[in-house]
Design a protein around this ligand. Sequence first.
Ligand SMILES: [Zn+2]
Length: 433
Amino acid sequence: MKHNFRLLLASFCIILFSYILAIGYYFWPEEHATVLVAAAEQPVLPQVESKEIEVAEVEEGPLDETVQITAGDTLMSLLARLGISKIEAHDAVQALSSVFNPKDLKAGQEVYVIYEKGDDSNYRLKYLQLQPDIEHNIELNRTETGLFAVEKTQRQLEHVYARVEGQINISLYADALKAGASPKMLQDMIRVLSYDVDFQRDIQRGDKFELVYDSYVDREAGIERSGELVYANVNIGGKPYKVYRFQPQGANPEFFRDNGESMRKAFLKTPIDGARLTSGFGNRKHPIHGFTKMHKGVDFGAPKGTPIMAAADGVVERASRYGGYGNYICLRHDGATKTAYAHLNKYAKGVKPGKRVKQGEIIGYVGTTGNSTGPHLHYELIKHGKHVNPTKHTQMGSLKLTGQKLKSFEVHKRKIDSMISDLPAKGVQLIDG
Ligand SMILES: [Zn+2]
């Protein structure tokens, strides 16, 4: 009976071990490929690798595992879970922190580890690898002296231009995404065009778009990190919008029209994505009290939690409860102009009096606080202390490039235009050769 039990236990251990090996093997090829990329740049590493494999011959060989980070995980907690002692985990994290802030660990990120049984009941960490971003690889190795050596290597990415184009069938966002644009690129484009375009009303089926962005690629590894949108040519409801990203000397980069006019001259037409205007500016019957009252702003119906954007660059003057307005934000844009946002569910992180915000930056979220019948944004535009209709007064004074700045813009524009004419859709064009 006792003998049988031992036999059973032994078989169980063998099965368990084979299972662990199988899992390890399953994850191995992919991770191994990553290690090899870095190894090509660091000729020392393959030796360490082969040593690891030799060690695998001994009694209880090293275990290897790809661990996915979940919310709340830290490198310490991850290592502790694998049975690595606190002291050793601390040393490993300490070594890693010279090239990587452990706080930057994100949920979903993968960490590959090799560890083995130590003399005591703890496991010893032999190797750890993670990619903080697509461009970098970090490897932690236990050296012969027992200390940890850490190495951060960088992938060589080519800087290219890429182009996507297509036709709108569902929405600009959905169709451009399908054509290969990145969400960030689309946000940039929507932000740039929302000065002039009402995405809810103006867009028609069949409207065309063409976007060019710069991108960083590793063709062999099939990796791409899209950079900035550099050009957009969008035809909306029969109107062409052609914009170029350009950095005038001594200023921040922004988008300009063909003629050198800045796109940032106006307030956002709708400081909220995909919302519909539910109540206009002027006299109306009050929805709660029933009497006719001047509506000092406009209302946009949108689900609770919809992000609200700053209508223009400015400074937060107030971000707090304000009577019937509920949770309320007031932004000051220049000496004479302010915008106000009411009935918010909550404020965006860091939105406090004195904070500078950029046009299009998320400042809060739609709610129904204060005197409100349902989730919506009540939006006001105040000029010289007087409420004006935000759908009519969208101009904040035009900014147009002149003189030398306009000349450099013309040069930049010609460069982009000639580059685009050689660029296939979804194709890439090398930058600087
Ligand atoms: Zn209102």
